[in-house]
Structures are given as structure tokens and as C-alpha cells.
Ligand binder design. Structure first.
Ligand SMILES: NC(=O)c1ccc[n+]([C@@H]2O[C@H](COP(=O)([O-])OP(=O)(O)OC[C@H]3O[C@@H](n4cnc5c(N)ncnc54)[C@H](O)[C@@H]3O)[C@@H](O)[C@H]2O)c1
Length: 354
């Protein structure tokens, strides 16, 4: 594709749509041509707020618009697979929010789109893969600077209120959200555990609904233990019933050094020698500085703009996206395996399909 303007449509005008719109608009030569939502008043309001020229009340109406090159899927979980498929069939590049889908067979079908439509770019949103701190940690782990990796431990405390579930009724139900804490909030950190740890081979999970009883069907609290592809072990524990809005912590432990990332920043580096600790700290600071972007500030982290710039660059250069669907499905496969582990009370390997 040449450098002419790339026109984008936003599918779903809820909470996550504004960071997408702002990120697209911060890319040179990109316009948000239209927003689409069956609750058309939400689409109109967003269009007015951002001066977006067109509004669609249905996917068909959006996809029929002349000059539309790409779409961003920002609807509820159960809508993703159909929206992505129809957009691909209409010859549009597709960025899709996490999770790609809520069932294994839909994940297979979406991954197949990448083979069936090789001229299109498909990218799944995992914006934290673009956060400077996690890119730094992955690089030093891959170069062996922590020594052999032993353990990745991830923790998330967050607050999901009664209104959060009442405002959008797809949330909190197995059929429409596909789970809650794990598939919606924790999935970011589960993705990072696998990305840094060489994939996840098996998972043992216990989940509970402890703080949202009588409100949601799904889980709000979970503990997972994992065997990682690198040979290290992984763990996750978290809850969306906490009073804290959003607080994450990841601890990467090697034989020679350990890095703790808190709320997206390297909080501490501990190493066998002061020289190694100093090198790691300097590296973390340099990478953070080099990748700083003076654009959208969001409590979803700083990296939606980076991820969306990557999607646009992939379209312009005709290259594969940094997080193609084959990658973006991995954390969803892990979450589905975790739910199965919990249902069946046993460890589940990632080869077992749901
Ligand atoms: N990456 C992140 O950090 C992050 C943060 C928040 C939400 N999300 C994800 O973004 C997605 C949307 O979440 P949200 O909180 O914005 O939800 P929301 O309920 O606020 O908004 C979803 C919107 O999609 C609309 N919709 C439903 N079916 C549609 C269809 N067929 N076509 C077009 N629009 C349709 C709904 O009417 C609603 O307005 C979810 O996948 C969620 O997990 C990601």
C-alpha cells in the first residue's frame, strides 16, 4: 500500500474506543472515517466529540463505505470473531481488541484468516508488549543476563464495580464475556508471562467468584501455576474485587538477577553483583527514554499508540504485524486451558483443545 491516507473505522463505541481513535489520529496520514455501534446514539456522540465524518448503525453499513481501508474491533468479546471475519471478507485490514475470541474453534478460524487473506494485516491488541519495561525484560531474559530463568510471578489487584457490570451487560456472563478476571483483565499479564517465558506448556488453576456474588456468573479471583516453555515456572494470582483501581506487579527471577516491574515501570533490580545490577538499571532507563511517546495518556498504559502505529506501519509496508493473530491467540488458549483446569480439577496442557 502506498503512503496515501489510510481510512479507519471503529467497531464499538464504548470505553476503549477513545484510546483507539486518539492513537489512530496521532499517526501521520491516517483518518478515522467512521464509527459504528448498534447503539447508534453512542456512535453519534463519539463522532461529534472527535469530529469524525461518518456514523454507521451496523457492521454491514460500515463495511460498505467507500474508501475504508481498515477497522478496529472494540466491541464486546462475543462479537469479535464475527466482526473480524466479515471485515476480512470485505477486504479490510483488522486490529482486534483482546481477547480475539472466547472459544477455541473461533480462534482456529481467525488464525486461518491470516493464511486465507495474505494481503491483509491482522493484529491482536496486547499493548503491553510495546511497553518499554516488558520489552527490556524480554530482551535481557533472551540474552541470558538474568542467568537461566527460574520463575515469573504475576499479580494483579483491580476494582471492577457494580456499575462496570451494569453499564455493559455483556460483561460478567459466560456466554458473552467468556469469563471475567482471567479473560478480560489478567489476560494482559498472562500474555506477558508466556511472551517472556517461552510460551506456556501447562496450567493448573483455581478460580472463584468472591466479591461479585449475585452480580456476575464468572470469576473475579484466580490463582494459576504454569510450566513455561523455557523450563521455568510461572504463577499468577489476582482479583478484580480489590479496592485498588489497577495495580500490577511482575517478578522475573533468574539465577543471577531479578527484576520487579510494578505498574509498568521497573521498580527494582537485584543482582548477584553490583556491576550487573548497574548495567541492568541503565539499560532499563535508556529503553524507557528511547520509546517514550508524547501522545495519549491512558490508564490502559502508554502503549495503545505504539501498538496502533505498528498496525499502520504493517499496512504501509505490507509486512506482518508485530502481534499477528497466531500470537494474540496464545494468551486466550492459556485462559481457556485455565478454565478447563478449574472445571476438571487437574493440570491441563496447552495441546488439549477446548
Ligand atoms: N486493551 C485494553 O487495555 C482494554 C481495555 C478495556 C477494554 N478492552 C477491550 O475492548 C473491548 C470493548 O470493551 P469496552 O469496555 O469498550 O466495552 P463497552 O461495553 O464499553 O463497549 C462495547 C461497545 O460495542 C458495541 N457493540 C456491540 N456489538 C457491536 C457490533 N456488532 N458492532 C459494533 N459495535 C457493537 C456495544 O453497543 C458497545 O457500545 C473488549 O474486548 C475489552 O476486553 C481492552
Amino acid at each position: 500500500m502506498n503512503t496515501d491516507t489510510i481510512s479507519v473505522g471503529i467497531i464499538g463505541c464504548g470505553v476503549i474506543a477513545p484510546p483507539h481513535i486518539e492513537s489512530f489520529r496521532s499517526c501521520e496520514g491516517v483518518e478515522v472515517l467512521a464509527v459504528c455501534d448498534p447503539q447508534v446514539e453512542k456512535a453519534r456522540k463519539l463522532a461529534d466529540q472527535y469530529g469524525i465524518p461518518r456514523v454507521a448503525a451496523s457492521l454491514e453499513e460500515l463495511l460498505a463505505m467507500d474508501g475504508l481501508h481498515a477497522v478496529s474491533v472494540c466491541s464486546g468479546h462475543a462479537e469479535h470473531a464475527a466482526a473480524v471475519t466479515r471485515a476480512a471478507e470485505a477486504d479490510k485490514h483488522v486490529l482486534c481488541e483482546k481477547p480475539l475470541a472466547t472459544h477455541g474453534e473461533d480462534l482456529d478460524a481467525l488464525e486461518k484468516l491470516e493464511r486465507d487473506f495474505p494481503a491483509l494485516v491482522f493484529e491482536g491488541v496486547f499493548q503491553h508488549r510495546f511497553d518499554a519495561c516488558y520489552r527490556f525484560v524480554r530482551e535481557v531474559v533472551q540474552h541470558g543476563h538474568l542467568g537461566p530463568l527460574l520463575l515469573i510471578d504475576a499479580h494483579l489487584s483491580c476494582h471492577r464495580s457494580r456499575d462496570y457490570y451494569l453499564d455493559s451487560d455483556w460483561r460478567g456472563r459466560w456466554e458473552t464475556e467468556g469469563g471475567s478476571l482471567l479473560i478480560n483483565q489478567a489476560i494482559h499479564f498472562l500474555d506477558l508471562v508466556g511472551w517472556v517465558g517461552g510460551g506456556v506448556k501447562s496450567v493448573n488453576a483455581v478460580t472463584r467468584n468472591l466479591a461479585h456474588e449475585n452480580l456476575i456468573e464468572t470469576e473475579d479471583t484466580a490463582v494459576l501455576s504454569m510450566e513455561l516453555g523455557s523450563g521455568a515456572l510461572g504463577s499468577f494470582h489476582g482479583s478484580s474485587g480489590s479496592h485498588r483501581k489497577w495495580s500490577s506487579r511482575m517478578h522475573f527471577v533468574g539465577t543471577d538477577a531479578e527484576i520487579i516491574v510494578e505498574d509498568g515501570r521497573v521498580a527494582s533490580v537485584l543482582a548477584r553483583s553490583e556491576a550487573l545490577a548497574g548495567e541492568l538499571r541503565t539499560g532499563a532507563e535508556e529503553l524507557e527514554e528511547a520509546t517514550r511517546l508524547a501522545s495519549v495518556k491512558s490508564h490502559y498504559g502508554p502503549s495503545h499508540p505504539r501498538m496502533i502505529a505498528d498496525f499502520i506501519d504493517s499496512i504501509r509496508r505490507g509486512r506482518q504485524a508485530t502481534v499477528p493473530f497466531a500470537e494474540a491467540r496464545k494468551a486466550v488458549d492459556l485462559v481457556l486451558a485455565a478454565y478447563r483446569s478449574c472445571r476438571e480439577g487437574r493440570s491441563v496442557t496447552l495441546e488439549e483443545t477446548d
